[in-house]
Write a protein that binds this ligand. Structure first.
Ligand SMILES: *Cc1c(COP(=O)(O)O)cnc(C)c1O
Length: 387
């Protein structure tokens, strides 16, 4: 079956729920066991079926089955946010004294985790250029290195790592390969099929898709599944059933939403590239993107998030541009139905590489609005910028 079909049918079992199309949302802490036998049997494997609210409810199992199926994962693990998913995944592969290799374009709070909590626990991180070649990457591996963490493309700067090439090296050295696959979703990039052992999604973004819930989910191969499940459980991560329901509901329309995000972001990027005041645009689906060939080779689409770099303008011109936009909200997160714009400074969270553009970088999320309206609003903004 094609992906769009699987998105609609994965993880569904109407016959087991009185014919209802969608799974029930049980609000649960205690789960009652009918007998000593049943209790003792459940205690043998607290991660199989319902056991205690924190360990999951039917809507969570349905969500995990559906997400796992999208990437051909052995199993998926739900968490209360994307950052919790990253934390649970990393905690499943490190011990005190371990060393991590992380791409320099990593999501800021992932770096915050590495430089804060993990460092205090004796886990050290080396950041590397996401466009590194396999040989230079291999030279970074130390005896204590346990895992490599990639984000392709990075969610501020959109460099794409050659994940299969890095994974080949990593696996020769017994390292786990962790990928933050939030930008592409399982629909446009199968991280597991490209060498990742663990594919992490901030479901808060496109899976939920409506800017109304925090959620994370981790697709794992068989080797890593139980370790990630236990790591998330030990950290006490669990998502509320209503939020998981929103994730599952969002998943059903992902196959229809994502192509619109792709088309709108690419049309906006192509239009912006021609405008005075715009120094360059950064969109993996454009031929002028530095790793466009990798995107073409490994991805089946682009999502709505990209960046434009402006020429140098004073701050008040930038404020005039962004303050009066009608359709682009200014705020964190992305992946909802609505358009967003955010001035960003990539150098705030880079150490191995420098971002050398002189002008302001603007991260744009192209939502599901009509492209003509999105262009007109940005056009008016750029006119205010240049005024
Ligand atoms: C938003 C985001 C996260 C974190 O997700 P939350 O649900 O906000 O915790 C992780 N990685 C990337 C690339 C993100 O954009």
């Amino acid at each position: 079956m094609k992906t769009a079909t699987r998105l609609v049918h994965a993880g569904r079992e109407p016959a087991a729920q009185q014919g209802m199309v969608n799974p029930p949302v049980y609000h649960a802490s205690t789960v009652i066991f009918e007998s000593l036998d049943a209790l003792e049997q459940a205690q043998q494997n607290p991660f199989k079926g319902v056991y205690y609210g924190r360990n999951g409810t039917p809507v969570q199992f349905a969500f995990e089955d559906a997400v796992a199926e999208m990437e051909g994962a052995f199993g998926a693990v739900t968490t209360c946010s994307g950052l919790a998913a990253i934390t649970a995944a990393i905690m499943s592969v490190v011990e005190a004294g371990a060393h991590l290799l992380v791409t320099d374009n990593i999501y800021g709070p992932t770096r915050g985790l590495c430089e804060g909590l993990l460092k205090r626990l004796g886990v050290h991180t080396t950041y590397f250029d996401p466009t590194i070649d396999a040989q230079s990457f291999e030279a970074l591996i130390q005896p204590e290195t346990r895992a490599v963490f990639v984000e392709a493309p990075g969610s501020l700067t959109f460099e794409i790592s050659d994940v299969p090439a890095l994974a080949e090296v990593a696996h020769r050295h017994d390292l786990a390969v962790l990928a933050d696959n939030t930008w592409a979703t399982p629909l446009y990039y199968n991280a597991l099929a490209h060498g990742a052992d663990i594919s992490i999604h901030a479901a808060t973004k496109y899976l939920v898709g409506h800017a109304d819930a925090m959620l994370g989910v981790i697709n794992c191969n068989e080797v890593h599944y139980m370790a990630v499940r236990k790591s998330a459980a030990a950290l006490g991560y669990c998502a509320g059933p209503d939020d998981i329901y929103l994730g599952l509901r969002g998943l059903r329309t992902l196959g229809q939403r994502l192509p619109v995000h792709h088309a709108n972001s690419l049309a906006l990027a192509n239009w912006a590239a021609e405008q005075p005041g715009v120094a360059r645009v950064i969109h993996p689906a454009r031929a002028d993107h530095a790793q466009h060939a990798l995107w073409q080779r490994d991805f089946t689409g682009a999502s709505g998030l990209f960046a434009i770099v402006l020429d140098a303008f004073p701050r008040e011109r930038l404020a005039a541009m962004v303050d009066d936009l009608a359709l682009y909200g200014m705020g964190f997160s992305w992946g909802g139905y609505e358009s967003l714009i955010l001035p960003v400074d990539p150098n705030r969270s880079r150490t191995a590489t420098r971002w050398t553009d002189e002008g302001q970088t603007l991260r744009i999320h192209a939502g599901l609005e009509d492209i003509d309206d999105l262009i007109a609003d940005l056009d008016a903004g750029l006119q205010r910028l240049r005024a």
